[in-house]
Design a protein around this ligand. Structure first.
Ligand SMILES: [Zn+2]
Length: 307
């Protein structure tokens, strides 16, 4: 009797869930970065097979277009990347070597996040100085959760276009994700209200979207220009600046070299903080929700410790 009841319940639940047209994955997704692989899984569920070309310990600016990536790119139905020049050093080579006709610029199989969100620091890069790795503005767009929502919407459209038989499935998953994500944004914005106006120094301009979203104040960066390593002279100048302006933390990604942050932290007493940056950036950060939870939690702990 009990097992019959359970079986009935399961059957009932199955009716509520949209039934995929086919049980096996329909769309092969090549994501340049872990955040987009994670988002593709949120929206595509079991209908997508996802591959991430980089992990959280790799700087997405500098990846080698190695043969294993070419092979993955060749099979992709949908390529999802940050775009905006972040992958300029390797993605064009992958496209060229893979010769994949399905995922080409301009088609449904090519989605660059920077094309569907407002890009920051465009004017700052107008001088296109030598060595600046952000010549098209800041490409680290995923750290504003409102941008994640914009990309999620576009991603769901692309999945529907590439796999029309599962349109209802993708729409349902997109609506569910969107609802949960918007609730989370509300929660995060409440939690982070006390951080508004706090000074932040970052190693690379990898955090501008987070800073902009939370109303933090980017005091300076350890890199004199995006992609240019910190010089002794620049660090000395920063030390003078930090002595005059209150700074909450010196923030870097898990893949950034730590020497400059630690030096400035030691000299100034401002804590050097490694934030996870993307999915997998710390043990236990297995999805985008946890990425933002942990990031905000860490910043709040840092602020509380300074009270
Ligand atoms: Zn960058």
């Amino acid at each position: 009797m009990k097992s019959l009841l359970v079986a009935t319940l399961i059957a009932g639940l199955a009716l509520l869930a949209p039934v995929p047209a086919s049980a096996s994955a329909q769309v092969s997704v090549f994501a340049c970065e872990p955040e987009w692989a994670s988002l593709a899984e949120e929206i595509g569920g079991e209908m997508v097979e996802t591959f991430a070309a980089t992990n959280a310990r790799q700087d997405p600016h500098y990846i080698r277009a190695r043969p294993s990536l070419v092979a993955k790119m060749r099979k992709a139905d949908l390529v999802v990347c940050s775009g905006g020049g972040l992958e300029a050093g390797w993605l064009p080579q992958l496209f060229q070597k893979a010769g994949n006709a399905k995922a080409q610029p301009g088609g449904n199989g090519y989605l660059m996040a920077a094309d569907v969100v407002p890009v920051l620091e465009k004017s700052a890069a107008l001088d296109r100085s030598m060595g600046d790795v952000h010549p098209e503005g800041n490409p680290h767009v995923h750290l504003n959760p409102h941008n994640i929502l914009l990309v999620a919407k576009e991603l769901s459209s692309r999945l529907k276009a590439l796999d029309p038989a599962n349109t209802a499935y993708y729409q349902k998953r997109y609506e569910e994700f969107s609802r949960h994500w918007q609730q989370a944004i509300g929660r995060w914005e409440n939690q982070a209200a006390g951080l508004k106006g706090k000074g932040i120094i970052t190693h690379h301009k990898a955090w501008s979207y987070l800073i902009n979203w939370l109303g933090l104040n980017l005091v300076n960066t350890l890199e004199p220009k995006p992609g240019i390593p910190p010089s002794t002279r620049h660090l000395e100048d920063l030390l003078q600046q930090v002595r005059k302006v209150p700074v909450l933390a010196i923030v870097r990604t898990p893949y950034a070299p730590g020497e400059a942050s630690e030096w400035l932290s030691e000299k100034s007493g401002v804590p050097a903080v490694v934030l996870p940056y993307t999915v997998g950036g710390e043990a236990g950060i297995t999805d985008l929700f946890l990425l933002f939870e942990r990031t905000l939690g860490r910043l709040r702990e840092t602020a509380d410790a300074q009270r």
